[in-house]
Design a protein around this ligand. Sequence first.
Ligand code: PMP
Length: 405
Amino acid sequence: MSYDVQRIRADFPILNEKVRGKRLAYLDNAATTQKPRAVIDTISRYYETSNANVHRAVHELAERATTQYEGARDRIAQFFNAQREEVVFTRGTTEAINLVAYSFLRPLLKEGDEILVTGMEHHSNIVPWQLIAAERGAKVVAAPVLDDGALDLDGWRALLNERTRFIAVVQVSNTLGTVNPVAEIIAEAKRRDIPVLVDGAQAVAHLKVDFAALGADFYTLSAHKLYGPTGFGCLLGKKARLDAMPPWHGGGDMIRTVSFSGSTWAEPPYRFEAGTPDMAGAIGLAAAIDYVEAIGLDAITAHEHALLEYATPQLHAIKGLRLIGTAPGKGGILSFVLEGADAQDVGSILDMQGVAVRTGHHCTMPLMARFGVSATVRASLACYNSEEDIGQLAAALNKAIQLLR
Ligand code: PMP
């Protein structure tokens, strides 16, 4: 069956919006994806028919809410090939990484220890490690990035040593589109018995992730990058790791018993889920997964790849445009600068043409420094983008050049 992008576009009501009076070309998917009708309706239906607090009541609505909420956990676990006990609900990738930093690594970290990351991490995979490293006299070390935006794997290996206590790596760079060799990184880490966290925020909507096969200790994701709601995500954690971790937030739902002489903790994942959770978030993510699976993640990957191949020469043909991030096998992200033009100005002119892109450092300031720029313009692809969107981008860029030169 061929990929019918127009049919897919019709599933996303927001794509019919006119912006600045123009057809919307939404190319800011790495920041957040739009939501299909199926996800929006599932969330509305939950509030219309089933809303109640989960877990702690016997009434019918609480039972419906709990069944749907825990059913979502099963669905998410199945999609990522994880056990349901390995799926911890969080507010997103950022919270998931902080959970690992504070609950798992902080108690283990000693003076002189090193946390090995890469030079292309999002700030959320740098700053939490810096915070705990500063407390313990440890340090965060970053592996080099090659000129094309690929990870320098030899450089990464050269930084491994007996002080390396933890490894964190982004699977797909939100700024460059680089797909990192996480299987090799995990294999090397395992040989040395070093735990690994993979930041999958930019991966899950674009390539199939099998948590069991991957072998990472921790994997993080955000629902909103996978056509689901904002403010919800998961930490996938190997059961043995989670079992050994103390709570990090205290409150309701994460305890087994509470008394003034001391409290005891629930089993994972509940140990890490204090307070009333985001029921609609979980149910919304499960609906997004249903949506993606109905299209087929492989079909989406192939579509985005074809679109990237279509777009790249068109951007290369624009005079003075420099693409940043051209690593082989990269995902659907086009980051670039226009010679002599401020990225912000370019973004504003694109916006006037109905083209939504992101400009700035994309929460990767060290990477900007590595490439000697302070900001880029970033167009990022999703399942509903079409050749028309790319044409609109290219035309708007040519307009920007006329206006800015
Ligand atoms: N890591 C990467 C690679 C990202 O692209 C993002 C979101 N831009 C994050 C982490 C943080 O995700 P969230 O803001 O959803 O917590």
